[in-house]
Design a binder for this molecule. Structure first.
Ligand SMILES: C[S@@+](CC[C@H](N)C(=O)[O-])C[C@H]1O[C@@H](n2cnc3c(N)ncnc32)[C@H](O)[C@@H]1O
Length: 241
């Protein structure tokens, strides 16, 4: 199920109800022993007597350790379910959008096809950032009318991002770049070169007490946290209020 992003209050009634009735709280962690982001967000809703089940989702490029971890996560969840326990898997943002929950879902389907699953959606970081911008006097509809919103991870180099930005500039397609992080170092100069810096909003740790949300022009080129994104809009539909 999706929680947050960031703000514990951004949770559906269905998700709250599912948490209340579960015996096991599972959540992804990048390293065993480290607290997971989803668990931290959901903390106000968890009960001390509920069993914690941190599941390793390593942030590595290699396929084998990731597959191994997804299989192990599915096996651990299925084992709890087989013992009659209701398990909730907490996931940051929406559970179907670039989400650890999706890998768990696919691994469960493959390895434990009879394990019952209910998927509860959440709020994407893109939607949360747009809403925050709008709340701060920077009205930011993610998509209007016939626009084709593009949400994707920031490509790995300027040569890959440049054509994407040129297309957004000429077509007016609104864009959300996730996984901005350290790439901001070279993304900012590229936006500036293409005359797009003034058309973007930078969002960092949206929904957290340390949230930073501002015009991208105010953010110097530097490495940014993993939980950062960029909203880009180069034009508006003709017919507006
Ligand atoms: C693996 S994706 C998770 C997406 C998430 N499931 C969703 O629905 O948005 C991680 C990326 O989402 C973005 N993100 C997630 N939470 C965020 C937050 N609270 N503030 C800013 N960006 C966030 C960042 O770009 C981060 O690198």
């Amino acid at each position: 199920m999706g929680v947050g992003p960031g703000d514990p209050e951004l949770i559906t009634v269905a998700a709250q109800r599912a948490i209340r009735s579960a015996q096991v709280m599972a959540y992804p962690v990048a390293d065993l022993g480290r607290e997971g982001m989803a668990a931290r967000i959901a903390a106000p809703w968890l009960q001390p007597e509920q069993q914690r089940l941190p599941l390793l989702f390593p942030m590595v490029e290699a396929a084998a350790p990731r597959r191994q971890a997804w299989h192990a996560a599915a096996d651990a969840v299925a084992a709890c379910v087989q013992q009659g326990q209701a398990v909730v898997f907490l996931c940051e943002g929406d559970s179907s959008t670039y989400a650890s929950a999706s890998y768990l879902l696919l691994a469960l389907q493959q390895r434990h096809p009879h394990c019952p699953v209910r998927m509860l959606p959440g709020i994407t970081a893109a939607a949360a950032a747009a809403a925050e911008a709008s709340s701060q006097g920077m009205p930011w509809p993610l998509a209007l009318q016939q626009e084709r919103l593009l949400i994707q991870p920031t490509p790995d180099g300027p040569e890959l991002l440049r054509p994407l930005l040129l297309n957004c500039r000429s077509s007016g397609q609104p864009l959300v770049l996730l996984k901005l992080g350290r790439r901001w170092l070279w993304v900012r100069p590229l936006l500036e070169e293409l005359g797009l810096l003034e058309s973007a909003i930078y969002g960092e740790r949206v929904g957290w007490p340390q949230q930073r949300l501002c015009p991208a022009v105010q953010v110097p080129a530097a490495e940014c946290p993993y939980f950062s994104l960029l909203l880009l809009r180069t034009s508006w539909p003709e017919v507006l209020p």
